[in-house]
Design a protein around this ligand. Structure first.
Ligand code: BGC
Length: 780
C-alpha cells in the first residue's frame, strides 16, 4: 500500500513532492499517460531507476503457448500478452562527464505532478552531481488526445551554479528493454524477453524511425521521434540508429544561468497487415504533423479536449478533498483508457501496465462503459464496435463449444479466448450478457437508431442465440442456465447463477424486441418469428432461485446450503492462500455477484429483498477483486447505509492512489476507477435507467455537503446537484426532459429542486474480519 500522504491533496492534480523509490513502480502507474491508443508509463525520463518500464500500443501483443498440466477439449492453445513496445520516453543526460542519475550525487528537489486539466505530467528536478555541479531539469510530457498516435516531451536543462557546463542530452528510442518483472501473482503478466525483431532503421537529421516486428504474432510496429531545439550558442547535434536503438544527441557548453531546451515529438504506428513502408511512412507522417503543430499548440489542444470532457463529466464533491481528487483522477484515467481506443479493446489496466497480460474482460462493458455512455457516448459506441469486430471469432468459439450464436472471450486482446482456466474463464459466460447490457444502455441513452439496427442488433441476436442454446427448459417449463460461473470467482461452474440468469433474461428479451423493430435487418441475420418466440419464452420462464427459509436469494442454486467459510487466521487475497476446493464449497464471495444483480437488474427485486440480500452477502464478501467496492457502494446507498456506501465509494476511487490491492505497480484498476463514478452517480445520485424514464433517488452521507454530477442523455446535458435534504436538477442544454425523482415525474427545463429523505435502514451489516472498508465517515 502507498502510505498516506504519498500524494498531496488538491482538486485538479495528483502531485508528489519528493521521489520515493519504494513506490516507484506504483507511481509509474499513477503517472501513466495514455489516450487509449498509446500509453506511456510514468517512468523517469532518463530511464533509470525504474520499477517497470512500459510503453504500450493498444492491440499490440505477442502470442505464447498456454501451458496445461492436463489437456482438455476446447482449451485455448495460445495466449496473448501485451508487449512493452519501443520506449520513446528516454532522454539521458550527461552533466560534465557524469550521467544524470538521481541515485548518485545529491537530489535537492524532485516533484512530479499529473495535471488533470492540462493532461500533462510535469517533473521538476534539482540535482547536484557527485562532483558538485548543480542543474535544474524541467520536463513536461503529454500523450495527445487529439493526434492519437502522438506523444511529446518538452525538456529543459538549466545550469544552476556559476561555471560553464558541458551537457550532452541523448534522446532515444529503445526496443527490447530489459524487464524487471518477476512475481508469482497470477494477476501479473507473463513477461516476454526481447519480443521485437528489428526490421528497419531510418535516420534523417534529428529524426529517427525504428521498425520492428513480433516473432510469433507477426505484428509490425514503427516508432519515430523528431526534435525541435531552441537556439543555443555552439550547440552540436547528430543522430544514429542500430537495430534496437535510435539516438539523437545534442551537446553544448552552457553558460551559468542558461538553459538547453528542446521538444521531442514521438509517434507510433502498428499493423498486422500493412507493409513495412506503409507503417514506417505513417509514423514519419505523424511525427511531421506533430512537429508542424508544435509543442504549444499540442498542449493547447490537450487542454481544449479536456475542458470539453470535464464540462460533461466532472463530479464535484464538497466535504472530502481527498475523495474529490480521487474521483477526478479516476475519471481522468478512465478517459485515458477509453478516449481513443476506437475499435480496439479497453484493457482492465488501460495502457498503464502489463497486469493481466493487457487483457480486456467484462470490466469494459459493465464498469467502464456506463461512465463513457453518459459522458462520452461516441467512445462507448466505439468500444462496442470493437466487440462487434471480434464477432467472427466469437461465433467460431461458440461452435467449438458446441453452442449456437457467439461466445465472446472471458479475456483477450485481439478477440480470441485467452483464459487458460475454464472455471474462472470460459465458464464466465455472463460476459456475453454484459455486452448486451452495454448495447441496451448505450442505445437507451443516445437513441442511436443506426447503431441499434446494425452493430447493436447483431450483438444482441448472437448473444441471445448463445443463451438459448446454453440453457434449457425443465419439465415444468422453467428455463435454467447450468454450469456457469457468475462474477464471484470463488464459486465456479454453478447452476442458475442469479446474476447470469437475470442478465441473460434481459439479453433474450431485448434481442426479441430489437429484432421485431428492425425486421429486415433481423431477417438478414436469419431471425424468424419462431426464434423470437423462443427467446421470449426462455426469458419469461427464467428460473431465479430463492431460499424460502432464509428469505434471501442464493447467488446460485444451492449456494445458501453450502458450509459457512471459517475466517479464523485467514490471509487475503484468498486466491493466494486458500485451496480452491475450500473456496468453491463454502459460502465465501470474492466480489459482488448477487449484490451486483441487485443493482444491474434492480427493478426485478423489491426494496425489502434488496435490504435482506445485502445484509446476507456483506459478511461473506471479501472484496478480493477491485470490482466489488463500487457495486457494494451502490446497494449500500440504496438500502440506506449511507456511511458504508461512502466508505466503499472511497475505496473504489482510491484503489490506486492508495494501492489498496497491493498491485498498482502492474497497472491501474480501471474498472474500479470507473466504478467510483458509478458509486457517485448510481449510488448517491441514485440514477437508474431501466427503460422508461431516467430516474434518481439521491441521498448523501453526513460527511459530504454537496455532490454534483453531469450526464448526457438523449442529446441533452443535465446537471444534478445533491445537497443535504435537497437536490436540484438542471437542464444544461437540449430539449426539456422528463425524469423521475423518487416516485414523482418531473419535466426539467430550468432548475427544479426537490427534497429527499432516506428511511433508517437499521443496523449496518458487518464485513468479513479484516475486510471492513477503511472508514471515511464522520464519527459520532
Ligand atoms: C475479477 C474479474 C475481473 C478481472 C479483471 C478478477 O480478479 O474477479 O471479475 O474481470 O479481475 O479485472
Amino acid at each position: 500500500m502507498i502510505d498516506h500522504p504519498a500524494f498531496t491533496v488538491e482538486p485538479w492534480a495528483v502531485s508528489e513532492e519528493r521521489l520515493n523509490l519504494n513506490v516507484l513502480a506504483q507511481s509509474e502507474s499513477v503517472f501513466a499517460l495514455s489516450n487509449g491508443h498509446i500509453g506511456l508509463r510514468g517512468n523517469l525520463d532518463e530511464g533509470e531507476p525504474f520499477g517497470l518500464p512500459g510503453t504500450y500500443l493498444n492491440g499490440f501483443y505477442e502470442t505464447r503457448p498456454l501451458p496445461y498440466a492436463e489437456a482438455g477439449y476446447g482449451y485455448p492453445e495460445d495466449g496473448q500478452t501485451v508487449v512493452n513496445a519501443t520506449n520513446g520516453k528516454l532522454i539521458r543526460l550527461l552533466v560534465d562527464d557524469e550521467p544524470f542519475d538521481i541515485r548518485y550525487g545529491e537530489l535537492l528537489g524532485h516533484t512530479r505532478s499529473l495535471d488533470l486539466r492540462d493532461g500533462v505530467l510535469r517533473r521538476h528536478v534539482r540535482w547536484r552531481s557527485p562532483s558538485g555541479r548543480e542543474v535544474e531539469i524541467t520536463s513536461t510530457r503529454l500523450v495527445s488526445f487529439v493526434q492519437r498516435s502522438v506523444a511529446a516531451i518538452r525538456y529543459e536543462i538549466k545550469v544552476c551554479d556559476d561555471e560553464p557546463l558541458r551537457i550532452v542530452a541523448q534522446s532515444e528510442l529503445v526496443a527490447n528493454e530489459p524487464n524487471a518483472m518477476k512475481t508469482r501473482d497470477p494477476r501479473a503478466a507473463a513477461a516476454l524477453e526481447a519480443p521485437l525483431e528489428a526490421e528497419e532503421q531510418e535516420v534523417n537529421n534529428l529524426r529517427v524511425v525504428l521498425v520492428h516486428r513480433t516473432h510469433k504474432s507477426k505484428l509490425r510496429m514503427a516508432a519515430g521521434m523528431d526534435h525541435v531545439v531552441e537556439k543555443v550558442d555552439g550547440i552540436v547535434a547528430g543522430a544514429e540508429a542500430g537495430h534496437d536503438l535510435g539516438r539523437v544527441w545534442l551537446t553544448a557548453e552552457l553558460q551559468p544561468g542558461k538553459t538547453l531546451c528542446f521538444t521531442k515529438f514521438l509517434a507510433y504506428g502498428w499493423s498486422s497487415r500493412r507493409s513495412l513502408p506503409s507503417v514506417r511512412d505513417q509514423v514519419d507522417a505523424a511525427v511531421s504533423s506533430a512537429k508542424r503543430t508544435g509543442w504549444d499548440r499540442l498542449a493547447e489542444q490537450q487542454r481544449e479536449y479536456l475542458d470539453g470532457f470535464w464540462e460533461h463529466a466532472d463530479v464535484e464533491i464538497d466535504g472530502d478533498g481527498e475523495l474529490q481528487q480521487a474521483v477526478r483522477f479516476a475519471l481522468f484515467h478512465t478517459l485515458q483508457a477509453g478516449a481513443r481506443a476506437e475499435r480496439r479493446a479497453i484493457p482492465a489496466k488501460g495502457l498503464t501496465g502489463p497486469g493481466y497480460d493487457g487483457h480486456a474482460f467484462w470490466d469494459t462493458e459493465t464498469f467502464v462503459l456506463p461512465l463513457l455512455t453518459y459522458t462520452q457516448p461516441h467512445a462507448a459506441a466505439d468500444a462496442l464496435r470493437w466487440r462487434h469486430a471480434t464477432l467472427g471469432l466469437a461465433l467460431e468459439r461458440a461452435k467449438t463449444l458446441e453452442l449456437k450464436g457467439a461466445a465472446f472471450p472471458w479475456r483477450t486482446i485481439r478477440g480470441q479466448e485467452c483464459s487458460a482456466y475454464w472455471p474462472a474463464g470460459t465458464a464466465g459466460f455472463h460476459v456475453n450478457a454484459d455486452i448486451a447490457d452495454a448495447v441496451i444502455r448505450y442505445v437507451r441513452a443516445t437513441d442511436d437508431e443506426e447503431f441499434e439496427a446494425t452493430t447493436g442488433l447483431e450483438l444482441l441476436v448472437h448473444t441471445a442465440r448463445l443463451w438459448r442454446s446454453l440453457g434449457h427448459h425443465d419439465h415444468e417449463g422453467r428455463f435454467h442456465i447450468d454450469g456457469v460461473t457468475g462474477p464471484d470467482e470463488y464459486s465456479a461452474v454453478a447452476d442458475d447463477n442469479v446474476y447470469t440468469n437475470l442478465m441473460a433474461e434481459q439479453n433474450l428479451r431485448h434481442a426479441a424486441l430489437v429484432a421485431s423493430k428492425h425486421v429486415d435487418h433481423a431477417r438478414a441475420l436469419g431471425v424468424d418469428d419462431e426464434e423470437i418466440a423462443a427467446w421470449r419464452d426462455a426469458a419469461s420462464a427464467i428460473h431465479i432461485p430463492y431460499d424460502e427459509r432464509l428469505r434471501v436469494h442464493p447467488q446460485a442454486e444451492g449456494f445458501t446450503h453450502h458450509r459457512t467459510f471459517e475466517f479464523n487466521g485467514i490471509q487475503y487475497p484468498l486466491l493466494l492462500h486458500v485451496p480452491y476446493f475450500r473456496l468453491y464449497s463454502t459460502q465465501v464471495v470474492k466480489q459482488a455477484d448477487l449484490v451486483l444483480a441487485l443493482y444491474m437488474r434492480g427493478n426485478q427485486f423489491s426494496a425489502e429483498q434488496k435490504a435482506r440480500d445485502f445484509a446476507y452477502y456483506e459478511p461473506i464478501t471479501v472484496r478480493d477483486s477491485s470490482l466489488s467496492a463500487c457495486a457494494q457502494a451502490v446497494i449500500a446507498a440504496e438500502v440506506g447505509h449511507l456511511d458504508l456506501a461512502y466508505d466503499y465509494f472511497g475505496e473504489a476511487a482510491r484503489m490506486d492512489l492508495g494501492d489498496l490491492m497491493d498491485n498498482t505497480r502492474d497497472g491501474l484498476h480501471i474498472a474500479s476507477l470507473a466504478g467510483s463514478w458509478i458509486a457517485a452517480v448510481a449510488g448517491f445520485g441514485g440514477m437508474r435507467d431501466f427503460g422508461g424514464d431516467l430516474s434518481f433517488r439521491p441521498r448523501l452521507p453526513n460527511a459530504l455537503s454537496r455532490l454534483e454530477f453531469r450526464v448526457r442523455y438523449r442529446n441533452r446535458s443535465i446537471r444534478v446537484r445533491v445537497r443535504h435534504k435537497d437536490v436540484t436538477y438542471e437542464l444544461v442544454d437540449g430539449e426539456p426532459l422528463e425524469i423521475v425523482h423518487y416516485d414523482e415525474t418531473l419535466t426539467i427545463d430550468g432548475p427544479v429542486t426537490r427534497e429527499w429523505h432516506v428511511e433508517d435502514p437499521g443496523p449496518e451489516p458487518k464485513q468479513p474480519p479484516g475486510r471492513e472498508p477503511r472508514h471515511r465517515r464522520v464519527r459520532g
